[in-house]
Design a protein around this ligand. Structure first.
Ligand code: 5GP
Length: 204
C-alpha cells in the first residue's frame, strides 16, 4: 500500500515495563488523536483487558490458520505467545487518513518498516536497567519465570533501538509524551505529507 497522501503510520515500541502505555495515555490526554490498530494474540487475557479493544484474543490454532490464509502484515512469537497485525487493521485505517498507531515489538517494527518505508518508528527507552526491573516487578502480573523471560527479552529489544527513527527516554512521563508529540508534529509537516495541502493552496 502506498502511504502517500494517506494517514501517517506510526510504529511505537519499547520493552515491557518502559511505560509506553502511560506515555500513550498522556499523549491522548493532550488531545492527540490516534487510530490504534488492534492486534491478534494467543496470550491469556489480563485483568481489565477487553477482547476486541486491547487485543483480539484467539487460540494458537486460530492464529496458525490466519498465518496460512496470509491475513497478517506481520506477526511474531514473543515470550512464548503469538502476536500479529492484521492487514485489514492497517488498510482500513490508513486509507481514512489520520494517525494510525501500531504498538508492537521490535521484530514486527522491522517488518512494518520493510513493508511501509514511510512509517515513523519510535522506541521508548527506560532510564536505567534498575528502573526497568522495578517497573516489571511493580506490575504484579508476572510470575518469577515470566519476569525473567520479559527482563531478558527487554534487554534484547533495547539492543534493537538503532533500527528506529527516534528513541525517547522515559525518565519523566510528561516530558517523554511532549517529546513524542513534537516528533509526530514535525513528521506531519514533512513536505511529502504536506504536498496535497500545498497544491490545494497554490491552485485556489
Ligand atoms: P503484552 O503481552 O505486554 O501486551 O505485549 C507484549 C509485546 O508484544 C509488546 O511489546 C507489544 O507491543 C507487542 N505486540 C503487541 N501486538 C503486537 C503485534 O501485533 N505484532 C508484534 N510484532 N508485536 C506486538
Amino acid at each position: 500500500m502506498d502511504l502517500k497522501n494517506k494517514g501517517m503510520l506510526v510504529v511505537f515500541s519499547g520493552p515491557s515495563g518502559c511505560g509506553k502505555d502511560t506515555v500513550l495515555d498522556k499523549i491522548k490526554e493532550q488531545g492527540y488523536v490516534f487510530d490504534k490498530t488492534v492486534s491478534v494474540t494467543t496470550r491469556a487475557m489480563r485483568d481489565g483487558e477487553i477482547n476486541g479493544v486491547d487485543y483480539y484474543f484467539i487460540s494458537k490454532e486460530e492464529f496458525l490458520e490466519k498465518i496460512k490464509n496470509n491475513e497478517f502484515v506481520e506477526y511474531t512469537e514473543y515470550s512464548g505467545n503469538y502476536y500479529g497485525t492484521l492487514k485489514s487493521e492497517i488498510e482500513n485505517r490508513v486509507s481514512k487518513g489520520g494517525c494510525v498507531l501500531l504498538k508492537i515489538e521490535v521484530e514486527g517494527a522491522e517488518n512494518i518498516k520493510k513493508a511501509f518505508n514511510e512509517a515513523v518508528s519510535i522506541f521508548i527507552f527506560p532510564p536505567s536497567k534498575e528502573e526497568l526491573k522495578n517497573r516489571l516487578l511493580g506490575r504484579g502480573t508476572e510470575t518469577e519465570e515470566s519476569f525473567n523471560i520479559r527482563y531478558n527479552t527487554a534487554l534484547k529489544e533495547m539492543a534493537k533501538a538503532p533500527q528506529y527513527d527516534y528513541v525517547v527516554i522515559n525518565d519523566n512521563v510528561d516530558l517523554c509524551a511532549e517529546t513524542v508529540c513534537g516528533i509526530l508534529n514535525a513528521e506531519k509537516t514533512k513536505y511529502s505529507r504536506m504536498q496535497t495541502i500545498i497544491d490545494e493552496i497554490l491552485n485556489k
